[in-house]
Each structure stands twice: as C-alpha cells, then as structure tokens.
Design a binder for this molecule. Structure first.
Ligand SMILES: NC(=O)c1ccc[n+]([C@@H]2O[C@H](COP(=O)([O-])OP(=O)(O)OC[C@H]3O[C@@H](n4cnc5c(N)ncnc54)[C@H](O)[C@@H]3O)[C@@H](O)[C@H]2O)c1
Length: 309
C-alpha cells in the first residue's frame, strides 16, 4: 500500500510541498485547507501532471479531515505568512489559535501519524502542536534548520564558486534571527569553511543566512518564501518514509539535551521510520552554548505568551 501524507494548509508552502512529494513519487497526498475550492483545484491540477511526469501518486484536495484519516505523516503549513516589515513573531497569536485547531482535528483522524510543523513562528508552533497532540516527542518535529542550512549552503557555494553538493552546513537554534550557524562544522568537500573564507566575509554570509527569509519577503511583498521551505519539509518526509536514518537539523523537543529542558529548539536529529529517532549532541564552545541558550530563551518567551511554555 502506498504511504499517505496530509498537508494542512494549501497555500504556497503546502501546495509546493505536494508538488515535490508527487515529483519524487513518495506518497499519496491529501491537501486540506479552510478555503473551499483551493485545495480541490490545486490537487486536481497537480494530479493531471502525473501522466506527464510518469508518477503514480493520488492527490486529493479537501476541506474535510475525514479524507485525511490514517495518514502516515501530516505536514502543517496552515496559518498566516509574513508580509514586509513583519517578523515571524508577529504571527504568534493568530497562528497559535490556528495550530491548536488543526492539530486537534488532524490527530483525531490520524492518531499514529508523524507531525511535521512548518507554520511560524516555527519553534513556538511546534511546541503548540506537541502539547495539543499529546504525541510523544518522536512524532512532532519542526522544519527550520534544513531551510536555514540550505540558505547557508547556497551562499557558501556561490562565494566559492563550487557545487552546492560539495557544501554541508550546520546550524543550531531557533528559526531565523536567533539561529546559530556553526561555521567550524560547515565544510566544502570535507574542508572546514573557516579555512576557505575570511572571518569578516563569513560573518556577512552568516548574517545574510539569518535574514534569508526577510530578504525574500522584501522581494515578494505579498508573502514569504516557499520553494526552499517546502523542499526542506519534503526532505524530512523522505527521510521518514524511506527510513533513511538521515541526520538533519530540525526543531525537536529537548529534555535536557544541550542543557535545555521542555522546549523546541533546532538541533541535529536522526530521522527514520519512527520519526525523531535520536538527537545528536555535539560539544559546543562557551560562545556557541551561550548563543543556543539565547535562542532557547527567545523561544521560551513566545511559548509563555501563548501558554505552552
Ligand atoms: N518553518 C519555516 O522555515 C517556514 C518557511 C516558510 C513559511 N513558513 C510558514 O508557513 C506558513 C504557511 O506559509 P505559506 O507561504 O504557505 O502561506 P499561505 O498564506 O500561502 O498559505 C497558508 C494557508 O493556510 C490556510 N489556513 C489558514 N487557516 C487554516 C486552518 N484553520 N485550517 C486549514 N488551513 C488554514 C490558508 O487558507 C492558506 O491557504 C506561514 O506561517 C509561514 O510563516 C515557515
């Protein structure tokens, strides 16, 4: 039997995630939204691309959670996206209300699913979904670090004029402004980038990465990035459905790892068929540990405002 992935929120990120899943023939997809017609229209359109792309995926658009029953994975992208001048945190209260509502309905229909949270502010929304679902932490994972590190990898590859395939990058911490890029663990064909890029230039690239989302919002004006974010969520889907045991930077609920208790923070995670199979702990310098703690503190602040700390 084919695997089933539900995507809640059929806007830019949700619909594009459906596109990547179908293009990779990973699973059947259910696209859900509150707006009538949008998920149905997008799903039918994508379904009609399947003969051309030679992919056997069924894609269904719906406003009804009964169609999502027994999904293996539920990706949640429902909620508002940023407009110019807005921070991710400005979305907090509205998206927390939306997140609580959709998680309750999604988990009732798919009690064994693994949840991948995408809506912003990411870490606080993952915490909301975790508390609302009652799922173990292995089955609630937030997407942010893959995107942040992909942005970092893109800029490093551009800087050195090398293939993106040669570049690995490592980021920790909350999504965006408070992320902690670990340049000494980021490499080009195994060579630490600290040996290839001067410190001042590297600091500029790190800064551009941390503000990578805002740079795109400024161009788009009516919304935020969605090609790379959806590709990042689908990399998590693939790691789980294919039980790849892939180590990826994701937001996970920490229970003492890195000295942080009871909060979602971006850390290296092993993803496989069980979802979050392991959190990888690495030794941090005092400065890196302090930056991670600052990132966790800002996640805690948001979680306190919406009562999920
Ligand atoms: N984690 C990340 O790295 C990352 C990256 C990009 C975007 N995001 C976030 O993802 C979210 C979606 O972004 P987008 O660009 O797709 O926005 P979008 O506005 O294009 O789509 C959001 C969709 O959610 C739907 N929605 C709203 N309330 C709903 C509900 N109760 N149930 C079902 N659907 C509902 C809307 O109708 C809309 O179609 C935003 O919060 C954005 O900030 C996160």
């Amino acid at each position: 039997m084919r695997k089933k992935v539900t995507i809640v929120g059929s806007g830019n990120v949700g619909a594009t995630a459906a596109h990547w899943i179908a293009a990779k023939e990973l699973a059947d997809v259910v696209l859900l939204d509150v707006i009538e017609g949008i998920p149905q229209g997008k799903a039918l359109d994508l379904l009609q691309a399947m003969p051309i792309e030679k992919r056997d995926c069924h894609i269904l658009g719906t406003n009804n959670y009964s169609d999502t029953a027994n999904s293996d994975i539920v990706i949640i992208t429902a909620g508002l996206a940023r407009k110019p001048g807005m921070s991710r945190d400005d979305l907090l209260n509205t998206n927390a209300t939306i997140m609580s509502g959709v998680v309750g309905q999604a988990v009732a229909a798919s009690p064994n699913a693994i949840l991948i949270i995408v809506s912003n502010p990411l870490d606080a929304m993952a915490q909301t979904a975790f508390k609302q679902s009652g799922f173990p932490r292995e089955r609630v994972i937030g997407m942010a670090g893959i995107l942040d590190s992909a942005r970092f990898r893109t800029f490093i590859a551009q800087e050195l004029d090398v293939s993106v395939e040669n570049v690995t990058a490592f980021v920790l911490g909350g999504h965006g402004d408070t992320m902690v890029p670990l340049s000494r663990y980021s490499t080009v064909a195994g060579i630490p980038i600290t040996e290839l890029i001067e410190p001042d230039r590297l600091a500029e690239i790190e800064n551009r990465t941390a503000n990578g989302g805002a740079e795109i919002v400024k161009y788009l004006k009516t919304g935020s990035a969605y090609y790379a974010p959806s590709a990042a969520a689908v990399e998590m889907v693939e790691a789980i459905l294919k039980d790849k045991k892939k180590i990826l930077p994701c937001a996970a609920y920490l229970q003492g790892e890195y000295g942080i208790h009871g909060l979602f923070v971006g850390v290296p995670c092993k993803l496989g068929a069980k979802g979050l199979e392991k959190i990888i702990e690495i030794k941090l310098t005092p400065e890196e540990q302090a930056a991670l703690q600052r990132s966790a503190d800002s996640v805690k602040e948001l979680c306190t405002v919406i009562g999920v700390a």
